[in-house]
Unconditional design. Structure first.
Length: 348
């Protein structure tokens, strides 16, 4: 399937002068649901990936959106470096417990901005975000946040800035490897007792670490867990079938519905990195199938996207797609397209 034009119309529709609204009814933003900092970090990541591939008016749109998302992250970062995740439409923070996942996503987005943005007047904001958040890494307890943070630190080490990050990477890698060794057993090659959401981020984090640490034990665990995730994410016809969020997956049980676009994107993220490192074309083939899932090559044979709007349905159930097109799913589609095209450039 050849690349088609990508629209940022829905990304703009969901974004106001504060940030990206979390939910939509159809394609209409639901203001009363407010904002999620997770989505601002994901949206910033999306803009940064696409800035490599567009120019002119589209680039100006993405730079304006980048500024909005960076500003949001600055606003919600606390004095201790953590980020408040849930914000009501009236800009009031909602009650919550600090989230490792949110912290990790913000670290990744700010590190990527530091590397990809050339304008110092923008990178100063990204650097401030990252430096304030970095001390919080030592207190992370959950593996997805650790994986994001590990990927962020590895990216900056690879880019040569700032110095002194290798001990942080080593500590995070040890913790992820420890999670794997505690839970992995014959027939269950995973970091937790359950396969739940955004699973691909875990092997991806270790693959990013391998690029700068070159430890064979890290690569072995990353590949073993990724290959297990692939086996658990393909149906009998060879189509991508992400673990359903209506029950998740544990030994002896696997939910088929509801399938989430973000889980497909995270699998593509991991296999793309695995292909970059190993050159194994099997990983590139899984990436293609992940992209095809959005275009209807899935359990329901359902088109998940509105290409003219650049929007994506919120999930796939046995009755078909959820026609609401909120932030997470739309970002998942746009990131999938950007990451797949980057992989295609390498593969060609």
């Amino acid at each position: 399937m050849s690349p088609s034009p990508v629209s940022f119309r829905h990304l703009q529709r969901l974004t106001d002068d504060t940030g990206m609204l979390e939910h939509a009814l159809g394609i209409i933003p639901r203001r009363k649901e407010g904002y999620s900092t997770d989505d601002q970090a994901r949206a910033l990541w999306t803009c940064l990936e696409w800035l490599d591939r567009v120019e002119g008016a589209e680039a100006r749109i993405l730079y304006d959106l980048t500024d909005t998302y960076l500003s949001f992250l600055q606003w919600v970062q606390r004095e201790n470096g953590h980020f408040h995740n849930n914000i009501a439409f009236d800009r009031m923070p909602e009650d919550e417990t600090p989230s490792d996942d949110c912290l990790g996503r913000c670290l990744w987005a700010s590190a990527l901005a530091l590397v990809k943005l050339q304008d110092k007047s923008r990178t100063i904001a990204a650097q401030d975000l990252f430096e304030k958040a970095l001390p919080r890494v030592s207190g992370m307890q959950y593996p997805r946040g650790q994986a994001y943070a590990l990927a962020a630190v590895a990216l900056l080490i690879h880019s040569g800035r700032p110095p002194g990050l290798m001990p942080v990477a080593e500590s995070l890698a040890v913790r992820l490897l420890g999670s794997y060794r505690r839970h992995a057993k014959p027939g269950w090659h995973w970091y937790e007792p359950v396969l739940s959401y955004s699973n691909g981020v875990l092997p991806w984090g270790l693959l990013c670490a391998y690029e700068v640490m070159e430890r064979e034990d890290i690569l072995a665990v990353a590949k073993e867990s990724l290959d297990f995730l692939i086996r658990m994410s393909v149906n009998e016809r060879g189509q991508i079938r992400p673990v359903g969020n209506r029950g998740w997956c544990a030994p002896g049980h696997r939910a088929q519905w509801d399938q989430q676009p973000v889980d497909v994107m995270k699998l593509l993220l991991a296999v793309s990195k695995a292909y970059e490192i190993t050159g194994d074309s099997g990983y590139a083939d899984i990436a293609r199938r992940c992209r095809d899932w959005f275009y209807g090559d899935n359990d329901a044979g359902a088109l998940m996207i509105d290409a003219e709007e650049g929007a994506c349905c919120d999930g796939l159930g046995e009755d078909g797609p959820n026609l609401n097109k909120g932030a997470e799913s739309t970002i998942a589609f746009l990131l999938t397209e950007a990451l797949y095209r980057k992989l295609a450039d390498i593969h060609s």
